[in-house]
Design a protein around this ligand. Structure first.
Ligand SMILES: Cc1cc2nc3c(=O)[nH]c(=O)nc-3n(C[C@H](O)[C@H](O)[C@H](O)COP(=O)(O)OP(=O)(O)OC[C@H]3O[C@@H](n4cnc5c(N)ncnc54)[C@H](O)[C@@H]3O)c2cc1C
Length: 462
C-alpha cells in the first residue's frame, strides 16, 4: 500500500503592497504554494519609486520609527535593514519661521534616560513653547500614558477635544502635537480619533526611550519594496504575477476558491485580499462580512509631495520640520535619488492637505518656493533646476473619530478568505507598520485554519 500524498495547500494573495508581500512571504515560508497577484507593474503599493529623467523619485517621503517592529522585521526579512537605517537618537530640528524677530531653530531630542525622563530635557528647552506651555505638555503626556488606545470609547472622541481638556493651548497643538500627529496620522488633532492618537504618542514617545528614533530609506523606496521584496518572494518560492488585476473571487461547489484574472483562473484553498478598502469591497464575495458597506464608510486622506531640485546645496541637515509656514517636513533626497552635478534635491512632505491636493503646479510653485527661501537662506541665491509634485489623493485611510468600529479584522465569515491592508483593524494608523502587521495577522489566521505550525515573528505578539 502506498501513502497518499496530499497536494500542498495553496494560497492566492491579491495585492502586492507591503501587506500582500508580507502575507505571501509568511504563507510560503510555512510551505504553501503561493501566487501573489498585483495589478500594477511593480510591487510596493503606496510606497514606490519612479524615474524622472536621471532621477529616481519616491511617490512620497516615508519614515518609520524604531518602535515599528513589524516594518523592521520586514526590512530584515528582505535584506533591506542597512538601506533604511534608524538615527542613533531621536533628533528633529524644528524651524519656526513665524517669529517677528526672525526664524528660530529648536530640537526635539531624547536622552538615554528612562521614559518619560528621556524627553524631559528637550521639552524643558524647546524654544517654540512658553515655560507654562512646556509644563502643560508634560502633564498631558503623563495623562496620555494612562489611556488604553484599544478602549472603544476613545475611538469616538477627537484628539483636539482631549488636548483642550488637558490644558493644551492652540500653540502647543500647533508646535508639538500636530507637528508629530499630522505626519504620523495624516490628520490634524481635530480630525483624528483619540484612540489612534493615543496609540501613536504612547507607543512612539512613551513606551521606550528609543521608540521614536526615526528611520528612512537612503535608497529609492522601490529598491526595497519592489526589487528586494521580489527577490525575497521568489527565493521563498512565491509565484509573483505583476501587471495583472484580479477581477473576481468566487467559491466553487467544492469549497475551493477561484480567483479570476484576464489571463487565468487560479484554483486555491486560501485567498488573502491585501487590497485597499474600496477594491476589497468590490472583490468580496456575498456574505463574507456582516456589514460589507462599512468598508465604504472608511474615508481617505491625501498626501502631497513637493519636489525641488536646486543647482547647489541649500540645506545641511538630512531633514527638518517647519512651524509658522505651509511647509511641513523637508527631506534631502539628493543621494537617494541619484542626483549628480553638485545640486540638491529636496522633497517636502505635506500631509492632510485636503485644500491643496488638487492645486495647479504653478500655484504650488508660487506658494512653496518663496517659503523655502524664507526657511533656508541659501535657497535665495540658488537656481531651481526642477520643480514637480506627486499627489496621492488616497494616501491613507482617514483616522477620523469612529473609524475604529469600521475596520474589519483579518477573519471573514467565508472559510479560507482573509483580509489584510493598513486599513484593517491593526490598532495602528495607515502606516508601513500597520500594513506589515496586517499581513502577519492574516497569514497567521490562514495558517492556523489550515493547522500549519507557525510562529509570530514579533516578540511582543508571541
Ligand atoms: C505619499 C505617502 C506618504 C506616506 N508616508 C508614510 C510614512 O512616512 N510612514 C509610513 O509608515 N507610512 C506612510 N504612508 C502610508 C503607507 O505607504 C501605507 O500605509 C502602506 O504602504 C499601505 O500598504 P498596503 O499593502 O496596506 O496597501 P497598498 O500599498 O495600497 O497595496 C495594495 C495593492 O493592491 C493592489 N491592487 C488593488 N486592487 C487589485 C486587484 N484587483 N488585483 C491586483 N492588485 C490589486 C494595488 O495596486 C496595490 O499595489 C504614506 C503613504 C503615501 C501615499
Amino acid at each position: 500500500m502506498t501513502d497518499r500524498i496530499s497536494p500542498p495547500s495553496s494560497a492566492v494573495v491579491v495585492g502586492g503592497g507591503l501587506a500582500g508581500v508580507t502575507t505571501a512571504l509568511r504563507l510560503a515560508e510555512a510551505g504553501l504554494a503561493v501566487t501573489l497577484v498585483e495589478g500594477r507593474p511593480r510591487l510596493g503599493g503606496l510606497a514606490f519609486s519612479f524615474r524622472r529623467g536621471d532621477l529616481t523619485v519616491d511617490n512620497g517621503q516615508h519614515v518609520y520609527l524604531r518602535c515599528c517592529t513589524a516594518y523592521r522585521w520586514f526590512l530584515d526579512r528582505i535584506g533591506g535593514t542597512a538601506l533604511a537605517p534608524v538615527q542613533d537618537r531621536l533628533d528633529v530640528p524644528v524651524l519656526d519661521a513665524a517669529r517677528p524677530a526672525g526664524s528660530r531653530l529648536g530640537r526635539l531630542q531624547r536622552t538615554a534616560l528612562p521614559v518619560p525622563l528621556h524627553l524631559a530635557a528637550s521639552l524643558a528647552t524647546y524654544p517654540h513653547l512658553s515655560l507654562a506651555e512646556r509644563a502643560s505638555v508634560g502633564r498631558a503626556a503623563l495623562a496620555l500614558r494612562g489611556l488604553d488606545p484599544a478602549d472603544p470609547a476613545l475611538d469616538g472622541v477627537d484628539f483636539a477635544t482631549w488636548l483642550h481638556r488637558h490644558g493644551q493651548s492652540p500653540r502647543t497643538v500647533e508646535a508639538l502635537w500636530d507637528l508629530v500627529g499630522v505626519a504620523t496620522l495624516n490628520a490634524r488633532a481635530a480630525d483624528a480619533s483619540l484612540g489612534l492618537a493615543a496609540m501613536v504618542f504612547k507607543t512612539g514617545l512613551l513606551s521606550e526611550p528609543g521608540a521614536a528614533d526615526i528611520g528612512w530609506a537612503r535608497v529609492p523606496l522601490g529598491d526595497l519594496h519592489d526589487t528586494l521584496a521580489r527577490t525575497a518572494l521568489e527565493a521563498a518560492g512565491v509565484r509573483v504575477v505583476t501587471g495583472t488585476r484580479v477581477k473576481d473571487v468566487v467559491r466553487d461547489g467544492h469549497g475551493r476558491w477561484l480567483v479570476g484574472t484576464d489571463a487565468e483562473q487560479l484554483d486555491t484553498d486560501t485567498v488573502v485580499l491585501a487590497t485597499a478598502q474600496r477594491e476589497t469591497h468590490a472583490l468580496l464575495p456575498d456574505g463574507a462580512l456582516d456589514a460589507p458597506d462599512r468598508l465604504l464608510s472608511i474615508g481617505t486622506a491625501p498626501i502631497l509631495n513637493v519636489h525641488v531640485v536646486y543647482d547647489r546645496p541649500v540645506l545641511r541637515r538630512p531633514f527638518f520640520a517647519a512651524l509658522g509656514s505651509p511647509v511641513q517636513w523637508v527631506f534631502d533626497r539628493t543621494d537617494a535619488s541619484g542626483l549628480t552635478g553638485g545640486g540638491q534635491y529636496l522633497a517636502l512632505s505635506q500631509s492632510a492637505v485636503q485644500d491643496e491636493i488638487d492645486a495647479p503646479v504653478a500655484e504650488l510653485r508660487a506658494r512653496y518656493l518663496p517659503e523655502l527661501e524664507r526657511l533656508l537662506p541659501p535657497a535665495r541665491t540658488a537656481a531651481v533646476r526642477d520643480f514637480f509634485v506627486t499627489r496621492e489623493r488616497t494616501a491613507t485611510f482617514a483616522p477620523a473619530p469612529g473609524v475604529g468600529r469600521l475596520r474589519p479584522g483579518a477573519l471573514t465569515r467565508a472559510p479560507g478568505l482573509y483580509l489584510a491592508g493598513a486599513w484593517t483593524a491593526t490598532g495602528w494608523p495607515a502606516t508601513m507598520e500597520g500594513a506589515v502587521r496586517s499581513g502577519l495577522t492574516a497569514a497567521g489566521a490562514a495558517l492556523a485554519a489550515l493547522g500549519r505550525p507557525h510562529e509570530h515573528p514579533l516578540k511582543e505578539a508571541a
